[in-house]
Design a protein around this ligand. Structure first.
Ligand SMILES: Cc1ncc(COP(=O)(O)O)c(C=O)c1O
Length: 415
């Protein structure tokens, strides 16, 4: 029921989806001039290696040995067949999940935090600043910064700062310095967009610091493709030719881009993004150029967006409360290569509890969106009487989200 790869079977190169897109990605635009940005415009924020990856058309990009050495602390991650969930649903579908919750921070986020810390360190940067929603990304970057000897400043969306104190403690344990955002509006619940503005303001005012983003950008999705590359090998070990459906939750698009990227060229694999109905970027947003942050400091990206001043309701899946989406994911949805579905919070927690009561593990609220869609696809396979292979990304555990489970189980959850 579980397929492991040995540590020397870790992918040696990341898979770049850009050359496989039906329509080319449009360049980011400068927030002032609205002209395409060049590498020099991005240099105050990112190291040159990441800027090159952001714009690369190479099909494969080698993973540095020092990065592989750190990723091997927990990678390759297991591929698990959710046999007990299948039995409970009485479905002919075969459900597999890629367990990214085994990383030190408990999610897929360290897959990109480690290379980002590595490239910044290699280019002489001593300090990183970033935003975090649920605290998963801030934990991952604090962990990676500790391993490479960097200072790490994290602006945490205020509602999550209040709901998830133990995430803050994790960040502080790894040496991160955490501040609730927006910094200048103490009564505001915050959003990822405004936390990004706080982090960008921080780094442009200092020479020793760079900005680091945990999702959305091309280089972040690139780093996450280790998920899909390993899953392909493991499905073959499990005797599956290919998955019929690949499903992941979508906040900024990084775990989704990571697991689906290597399957984009396989035209008959159905790719599915799952988002909250309270922040329906892909299902109800507009496809246009918009800022990545609330204050309009970042370059404009062509993406699905609800508007950069959109403040989503305070659902427990803090990592899915983002007004925009990765340009790669937006491109895949726009061109019809990927589809998107949205669920309300209660339906998501119903699925999370069903998963916990069959498979045992307690999933993160973000991950539970993918589980909801997986269960619905498995039930559809049952109705249609077809065997279908479903792969989903178990992007993180929910052991620090028990307050959300408490509200759900005791009937206090609001939609
Ligand atoms: C466990 C988990 N899954 C999914 C997400 C969504 O982010 P992304 O769309 O970048 O994968 C997050 C974001 O914080 C997360 O913590």
């Amino acid at each position: 029921m579980k397929w492991n790869l040995s540590s020397d079977q870790m992918p040696q190169a990341w898979f770049n989806v850009a050359p496989h897109l039906i329509e080319p990605l449009q360049p980011p635009l400068h927030p002032g001039t609205r002209e395409p940005v060049g590498p020099d415009d991005l240099a105050p924020l990112f190291p040159t290696a990441l800027i090159a990856q952001e714009m690369s058309a190479e099909p494969w990009i080698d993973i540095p040995g020092e990065v592989i050495d750190v990723l091997r602390l927990w990678r390759p991650t297991p591929l698990v067949r959710a046999r007990r969930l299948e039995q409970a649903l009485d479905t002919p579908a075969r459900i597999y999940y890629k367990d990214e919750s085994v990383s030190p921070a408990g999610s897929h986020k360290p897959n990109t935090a480690v290379p980002q810390a590595y490239y910044n360190k290699a280019e002489g940067i001593g300090r990183l600043a970033t935003e975090t929603g649920a605290g998963q990304w801030g934990s991952a970057l604090s962990f990676a910064s500790a391993l490479f000897g960097l200072e790490c400043k994290v602006y945490m969306v205020r509602i999550s700062y209040e709901q998830k104190p133990y995430r803050r403690v994790m960040m502080e344990t790894w040496g991160g310095n955490v501040e609730p955002s927006p910094v200048d509006e103490p009564g505001h619940p915050g959003s990822l967009g405004s936390a990004i503005s706080d982090a960008v303001r921080d780094v442009v005012a200092r020479d020793d610091s760079h900005y680091s983003l945990g999702s959305v950008l091309n280089h972040v999705l690139l780093h996450q493709t280790v998920i899909g590359l390993e899953a392909k090998e493991q499905l073959a070990l499990a005797g599956e030719e290919r998955p019929d459906i690949v499903i992941a939750s979508c906040g900024g698009g990084s775990n989704l881009g990571g697991i689906t990227g290597p399957f984009v060229p396989d035209a008959d694999v159905d790719l599915v993004a799952v988002e909250p109905s309270s922040c329906p970027t892909l299902t109800e947003g507009r496809f246009e150029y918009d800022f990545g942050d609330t204050a309009g400091l970042t370059p404009l990206l062509q993406m699905y967006t609800l508007g950069h001043d959109f403040v989503p309701s305070t659902i427990h899946a803090g990592g899915l409360r983002y007004h925009g989406d990765s340009p790669i994911i937006s491109n895949l949805v726009k061109t019809g290569r990927m589809r998107a579905v949205a669920y309300p919070q209660g339906k998501v927690f119903e699925a999370a509890v069903q998963f916990a009561r069959t498979q045992g593990s307690i999933p993160a609220p973000e991950t539970s969106h993918a589980i909801r869609a997986t269960i619905d696809e498995a039930l559809r396979a049952k109705e249609e009487g077809v065997e279908r292979v479903i792969l989903f990304c178990y992007s993180g555990h929910g052991m620090l989200d028990l307050g959300a489970y408490d509200s759900y189980i005791h009937g206090n959850m609001v939609e």
